[in-house]
Design a protein around this ligand. Structure first.
Ligand SMILES: Cc1cc2nc3c(=O)[nH]c(=O)nc-3n(C[C@H](O)[C@H](O)[C@H](O)COP(=O)(O)O)c2cc1C
Ligand code: SF4
Length: 690
């Protein structure tokens, strides 16, 4: 399909100082849990982005000195010349596809715990890191420290050029780097020429830009990543105040402005809390005060929105972290006019969890993310079929749809049977809940692909029994029947059913609510799941006018969402909605009018009024068909069925990302020899690079 001429503007080359970006698609820095520890995996992942058409592909934060050691987080590292070969793997992979490679050298200042290097952390002033409860402080930098830091940064720029980078950042964003800490009056209490007036607080950032330009500016573009607004009112930098003044003061100094909001949670907002393009109001002034190209972000997946950003003079380059993770081939799909094939980011921030759990990045929409090197998976190409097997997939949730999509792409004959009348399983149901509409993209992308395939048939409202499965005639049966929320309260805190949870009509599961059940108030949502669903259901019940209390054994609401950067926003949202929040409390009994709550520390007990309970604790696999087929093993063999496999939530309930991954993995690997211990390649420290 030819490119839509309305999108031509996205493919104009843009000069950035001494280099030229071939189009306006710019993958901004994002960490990935691979970094310095897994350089081959990292290089392969970035190479796929370049292959997918991004004109610029950036690293993540790259530590420049042992006093900027953010271990156990795994970022890039450029402490010495010895780090150059690992980063050169990345620039080679990017250059192979005609893209520019950008690096973001970072000194994390007080945010560096230096747990590995055991150096003392550095800051503008004596200060405790506000983002951590660690019992350690950063020390105020002397003038000699500042000179040293400038030298480390300059050395890093020189090394980066040797590693092959084309664009070198000076980073003052997310409240995660020394130049930004110097800018912030709340962290900079100095009385010398680096503190006090904004002119003084901006001095270090100005010097770093000048140093970098002097060191590498003839060959490399110098970009500044700057948070123009901290979204924290008068206490922080604001785009109507110092944020704007900083850009005005330094307007023509860098070759590129990469502007966003701070902190990270505000910048990488989930779809639950912000729509596409949400940063526009903060950054739109930048192009009015500089002639240099401007890149900005905002979970951009729609080419029309991108074009509008450029035509209206908001941005010159379309920055993307998450959209490039969900679909590394987003630019080339727009280029070829295949807009409907874009795998749009759903804004769930599962990609961020890799950083927080110090493991390779993963993505709900793109199961190949992080698997490019270690499994050799590619987001757009699949191995052709290895035989003539036919498949019956039971269940059209995220696992079944992804499995069918990939088996179909491989050329197999596939039938998908879905018991209910609707496709998409849990994503279809959950997408109707407050703030989760974008979840439906998981279904929609896959259905669009499946509808184009002549070798995949989908049967709705088809309840498959063991007999039907055996009669169907497929060589392989894949069970992707999902899971069901427990009604008995068993979860993490309670390993036995909670007394009273068997009351008819007073205890509800998430599925009951998603299917339209209406509890009477006051209602207690008992969240022992700790991800998003408990809080989302509380919000829905509150919107229905009920008095709602959310009770959780954790010390905060939706505790696991710390990993998706949402926890603070979720708890704040619930409190603002008037939902009563009870943390560190277990539910131990329910009599239809009251629930008995127990403190998780003291075991002291309290009663709370509750006409209904919504229990969000754990799920059980829908394994009836699997059991029935197991019992009918002889019949299965007589029917010529080669394999019966349970995958996804019906094997062990988990995230939607894990469900999609399970479907993808089966379709890629069912015909590969199984490894006993290792199903992927590992990067071992004693292996020679290459
Ligand atoms: C997984 C992940 C890791 C990130 N790591 C970095 C980083 O290392 N350095 C940085 O400047 N920004 C980082 N960011 C922020 C992004 O660069 C970007 O500004 C933000 O996600 C908003 O853009 P988006 O809506 O296109 O994702 C990260 C974002 C994500 C999702
Ligand atoms: S994990 Fe979620 S937020 Fe991150 S890129 Fe994938 S779909 Fe988008």
């Amino acid at each position: 399909m030819p490119r839509d001429p309305r999108h031509d503007i996205l493919f104009e080359p843009i000069r950035i100082g001494p280099v030229v970006a071939k189009n306006r698609f710019y993958q901004v820095p994002h960490c990935n849990g691979m970094g310095h520890a897994r350089p081959r995996s990292h290089a392969a992942m970035r190479g796929v982005k370049a292959e997918g058409g991004w004109a610029v592909v950036s690293t993540e934060e790259v530590e420049i000195h042992p006093s900027s050691d953010v271990s156990p987080y795994i970022e890039g590292r450029l402490w010495s010349d010895r780090d150059i070969p690992a980063l050169a793997l990345m620039t080679e992979a990017i250059h192979a596809h005609g893209a520019l490679a950008a690096i973001e050298p970072v000194h994390a200042g007080m945010n560096a715990a230096n747990l590995y290097s055991r150096e003392v952390a550095l800051a503008p002033s004596h200060i405790a890191n506000p983002a951590s409860y660690a019992p350690a402080q950063a020390r105020a930098m002397t003038k000699a420290d500042i000179r040293n830091f400038r030298r480390w940064h300059r050395d890093a720029a020189l090394r980066a050029r040797r590693a092959g980078f084309d664009i070198i950042y000076v980073y003052a964003a997310h409240s995660l780097s020394l130049p930004m800490h110097f800018l912030q009056s709340r962290h900079n209490h100095r009385t010398d020429e680096y503190g006090g007036s904004l002119e003084n607080r901006v001095r270090l950032l100005r010097e770093l830009i000048e140093d970098t330009k002097e060191a590498v500016g003839a060959d490399c573009a110098v970009a500044v990543r700057f948070a123009v607004d901290e979204v924290r009112g008068e206490d922080g930098i604001r785009c109507t105040g110092e944020g704007r003044e900083v850009v005005e003061m330094l307007a023509e100094l860098p070759d590129l402005w990469d502007v966003n909001v701070s902190d990270w949670a505000n910048d990488s907002k989930t779809s639950r809390f912000a729509p596409e393009g949400f940063q526009e109001d903060f950054v739109r002034f930048v192009k009015t005060v500089t002639t240099k190209p401007v890149v900005g972000v905002g979970r951009f997946t729609s080419p029309d929105t991108m074009v509008s950003q450029i035509r209206r003079g908001v941005l010159d380059l379309i920055g993307a972290a998450r959209p490039s993770i969900a679909d590394p081939f987003l630019p080339s799909k727009i280029d070829s006019g295949d807009i409907d094939d874009i795998r749009e980011c759903i804004g769930c921030n599962v990609c961020v969890t890799g950083d927080h759990t110090m493991t390779p990045i993963r993505c709900t929409q793109n199961p190949t993310m992080g698997e490019e090197w270690r499994k050799g998976w590619h987001p757009e190409t699949v191995p052709p079929r290895s035989g003539n097997d036919s498949f019956l997939i039971v269940g059209a949730g995220p696992t079944g749809l992804e499995c069918a999509r990939l088996l179909g792409r491989r050329g197999y004959a596939v039938a998908v049977a879905e018991a209910s009348g609707q496709l998409g399983g849990r994503v279809t149901k959950e997408a109707r809940l407050p703030g989760l509409a974008a979840w439906a993209r998981v279904r929609d992308y896959r259905l669009h692909q499946l509808n184009k395939m002549g070798n995949v048939e989908i049967f709705r409202a088809s309840h498959v029994t063991a007999d039907l499965a055996m009669q169907f005639g497929a060589a392989r049966i894949v069970l992707a029947t999902g899971s069901t929320w427990r009604r008995d309260g068993v979860g993490r805190a309670n390993t036995r059913p909670i007394p009273g949870f068997d009351r008819e009509g007073a205890v509800f599961t998430p599925e009951d609510l998603m299917e339209g059940a209406t509890p009477t108030g006051p209602v207690i949502v008992f969240d022992d799941d700790h991800y998003y669903l408990g809080a989302v259901l509380a919000e829905q019940l509150r919107a229905g006018g009920l008095a709602v209390m959310l009770v959780t054994p954790a010390d905060r609401v939706s505790a696991w969402t710390v990993n998706t950067l949402e926890q603070h926003a979720i708890q704040r949202h619930l409190l603002e909605l008037g939902i009563e929040v009870m943390t560190s409390r277990n539910v131990v009994d329910f009599d239809g009018a009251r629930a008995l709550l127990q403190c998780t520390y003291t075991e002291r007990q309290f009663t709370a009024p509750a006409a209904s309970i919504v229990t969000v604790t754990a799920r059980l696999p829908n394994a009836e068909l699997a059991h029935a087929l197991l019992l009918a093993a002889d019949g299965v063999a007589r029917a010529g069925i080669v394999s019966v496999d349970s995958i996804g939530d019906c094997l062990a309930p988990s995230t939607i990302a894990a469900a999609v991954y399970a479907g993808h993995r089966y379709a890629r690997e069912f015909d590969r020899p199984q490894h006993d211990a290792e199903s992927f390649r590992r990067e071992l420290p004693l292996e020679s690079p290459g």
